[in-house]
Design a protein around this ligand. Structure first.
Ligand code: 5RP
Ligand code: FE2
Length: 224
């Protein structure tokens, strides 16, 4: 298995102290910053945009920023996130009129690409564009809110995505997002995830290092 990447979703952080929260969670052992962008159109909630991403960079955050766009349309905002310091930009295929063009746009801006699949969305959109995809993100809740219950059907879909990735000749990361924590990380890693988003499971605890250690220990059980 690839090294496990833990990407805390800052949606669940104390947003009044965002820079310090991100510093603290990276010092506690997290790998990436998962940055949820919601537009009150594609999803029924509103979060934050490129100025907040840029503010994290100006604050001195060096960790990769994993931008999860829950916006429609997607193309207009991609260059703004690239300029704001995003490393990876993922979008939902149904939110883009031209998926191949949006993937190319992300690459042209020097970022890595991701495609995101809602719980009820099949993986079909990957069929003709997988050579332009660096990460597949499977939603294990319906997008729009943190703190929801993990949908177990995701495990079957992770296995399907893992088989698809293993048939490729280049590396693609497999990320899972929504309701993941110490109780189910072993199952998602056993099903093929190598990148795990956790929002409320991490920021909802007083000791970030302790919960990240627990996540890694439980994930390691899947490999043994
Ligand atoms: O994309 C998201 C919601 O649309 C979030 O990344 C996700 O909900 C993470 O939060 P939690 O771990 O609390 O479920
Ligand atoms: Fe997300």
């Amino acid at each position: 298995m690839n090294d496990l990447i833990i990407a805390p979703s800052i949606l669940a952080a104390d947003l009044a102290r965002l820079g310090d929260e991100v510093d603290q969670v990276i010092r506690a052992g997290a790998d990436w910053v998962h940055f949820d962008v919601m537009d009150n159109h594609y999803v029924p909630n509103l979060s934050f945009g490129p100025v907040v991403c840029q503010a994290l960079r100006r604050h001195g955050i060096k960790a990769p920023i994993d931008v999860h766009l829950m916006v429609s349309p997607v193309d207009r905002i991609i260059p703004d996130f690239a300029a704001a310091g995003a490393d990876l930009i993922s979008f939902h295929p149904e939110a883009s009129a031209h998926v191949d063009r949006s993937l190319q746009l992300i690459r042209d801006q020097g970022c890595q690409t991701g495609l995101v699949f809602n719980p009820a969305t099949p993986l079909d959109a990957l069929r003709y564009v997988i050579d332009k995809v660096d990460l597949i993100l499977l939603m294990s809740v319906n997008p729009g809110f943190g703190g929801q219950q993990f949908l177990p059907v995701t495990l079957e879909k992770l296995r399907e995505a893992r088989a698809l990735i293993d048939a490729q000749s280049r590396p693609i990361r497999l990320e899972v997002d929504g309701g993941v924590g110490p109780d189910n990380i072993e199952a998602v890693v056993a099903a093929g995830a190598d990148t795990v988003v956790a929002g409320s499971a991490i920021f909802g605890q007083p000791d970030y290092a302790a919960v990240i250690d627990t996540l890694r220990q439980r994930a390691a059980r899947a490999a043994s």
